[in-house]
Design a protein around this ligand. Structure first.
Ligand code: PXG
Length: 291
């Protein structure tokens, strides 16, 4: 039997899981989403993801037609129905069906979609050898346009950035904000290590406040590694001792080259490796607590 997808209260076969072409999620990118992981049957940082989803929705005046508890249960049920324990979970809330024209008040029925699927990791070698990335022309969305804290269905800047990276022959892009400071990658936050201190752009740099980013900051603190949030320029990246990215999909992944410049000695740094280990322990430990 194939995968089942939750669509507004019903479990649909993957190939029959669909929403209307009149849904404003499709017509205008009007909606919000979350990407979550389950490790060994336990949803990692579930409440943080649900909180962020509800905040994203509130930010665009979209009412999620479920309580937080109901959504949590719906996610658990979708995992159970699919018998998945290590999974990628994609929750999408769309504005729902409306008339043509932007007006969201014509959409009385927001839709809830929960996809649970296997996870597509970066190849193992990339964790061992590190990634090459570049800074790209497309800027991260400015606060003045749309808060980058909203995980909305509008990812076009990030997609443009991804295209720019791919066209240059690398897998990931570093996006700057409209002032030229480093923001983040297309679906990951960025950290550097300089003189033993972890440095990551602050929320004001125009980032999505990643849940993995927070987990890594907490792990660093527990391990007595100094961490600070500070604006970074491309120059700061080029002279960094180490660099890595964090995100639900990538977890913690080393970066060894930025804009053709080698970072540190060109291999994943020791602090990066330490944090990658700690992160793996954290997701393992997470999995032994009953859900
Ligand atoms: N920045 C951006 C712009 C993101 O979209 C992150 C940082 C990392 O945040 P978390 O909370 O995951 O540590 C993201 C996360 C997907 C997908 O399906 C996207 C993300 C995460 C997982 C899956 O495209 N974005």
């Amino acid at each position: 039997m194939g995968l089942k997808v939750y669509v507004s209260g019903e479990m649909k076969e993957k190939k029959h899981a669909s929403i209307s072409v009149y849904d404003h999620g499709l017509l205008y990118g009007d909606g919000v989403f979350e990407g979550i992981r389950a490790y060994n049957g336990k949803i990692f940082r579930c409440m943080e993801h649900i909180e962020r989803l509800f905040n994203s929705a509130k930010g665009i005046a979209l009412e999620i037609p479920l309580t937080k508890k109901e959504l949590h249960e719906a996610i658990e049920n979708t995992l159970d129905v699919n018998n998945l324990s290590d999974a990628y979970i994609r929750v999408v809330i769309t504005r729902g069906v409306g008339t043509l024209g932007l007006d969201p008040t014509k959409c009385p029925d927001p839709q809830v979609i929960i996809i649970t699927d296997s996870i597509c990791l970066y190849p193992k070698e990339m964790y061992e050898n590190g990634l090459e990335v570049i800074t790209v022309p497309t800027a991260r969305t400015a606060h003045s346009a749309l808060s980058p804290k909203i995980k909305s269905l509008n990812y076009l800047n990030n997609i443009m950035a991804k295209i720019e990276a791919k066209q240059a022959g690398v897998v990931e892009a570093i996006m700057l904000n409209s002032e030229g400071y480093v923001a983040e990658c297309t679906g990951d936050n960025l950290f550097i290590v300089k003189n033993g201190t972890l440095v990551t752009p602050p929320p004001e740099a125009g980032i999505l406040e990643g849940i993995t980013r927070q987990v890594v900051m907490d792990l660093a603190q527990t391990a007595s590694l100094p961490v600070k949030e500070q604006q970074l320029t491309r120059f700061d990246l080029y002279i960094a001792d180490e660099c890595f990215l964090t995100g639900t999909a990538a977890e913690v992944i080393p970066v060894v080259k930025i804009d053709s410049r080698q970072i540190g000695d060109g291999t994943p740094g020791n602090i990066t490796k330490q944090l990658l280990d700690l992160f793996r322990q954290e997701t393992c430990y997470n999995s032994v607590i009953d859900r």
